[in-house]
Design a protein. Structure first.
Length: 181
């Protein structure tokens, strides 16, 4: 017996293989003990009291809450005497495209009455020479998002201009400019 203990402590427990065997025996022993104590040997019986129907967090009678809605967005509201969103977008685009030899100050002055103060501030360092297009090639497409917010797409000779217009007081002003090739 003494020889077996000495062999175990000096050879087996000092090797990686011996330690791995001891760990494996311990793991299987714990699993076997747990199965004997719980008495569960069938697959799927460990979960008790599970629901028969799927669990939902939305009342099915409320309606569709998805992004795609069959209801059309409300029509944009324009104050009497003001430009509708498509016309405001066309005028801003014409000013944004500029004209031959326009100065930077004149270019900014042409866009200022058609844009929000936030956009005017963002365009402060912009230069008319960097505008990537030369002319409008089609009619604008208006995508209403709300009564006071629309997106307008304007085809140009070198791509498409996407404008976001807001009308908090019924006057449509460009609030964001995005260029797509």
């Amino acid at each position: 017996m003494r020889g077996a203990l000495e062999f175990l402590t000096t050879r087996v427990l000092r090797s990686r293989t011996g330690i791995a065997v001891v760990i494996a025996v311990l793991v299987f022993g714990v699993i076997a003990t747990a199965r004997v104590v719980t008495g569960t040997t069938e697959a799927g019986t460990g979960l008790t009291g599970r629901p028969v129907e799927p669990i939902t967090t939305v009342d099915p009678t409320v309606g569709d809450d998805g992004v795609l809605s069959p209801v059309a967005p409300p029509e944009p509201v324009t104050s009497p005497g003001e430009l509708p969103p498509a016309e405001a977008a066309k005028r801003f685009t014409a000013a944004w495209l500029g004209r031959e030899g326009i100065s930077t100050d004149d270019w900014h002055a042409d866009m200022r009455p058609l844009s929000t103060s936030a956009l005017t501030e963002k365009l402060t360092d912009a230069d008319p020479a960097t505008v990537p297009a030369g002319q409008i090639t089609g009619e604008p497409t208006v995508r209403p998002r709300d009564e006071t917010f629309v997106e307008v797409l304007i085809p140009l000779d070198a791509g498409q201009l996407r404008l976001e217009l807001v009308a908090p007081d019924g006057k449509w002003l460009v609030d964001a400019v995005d260029w797509e090739r």
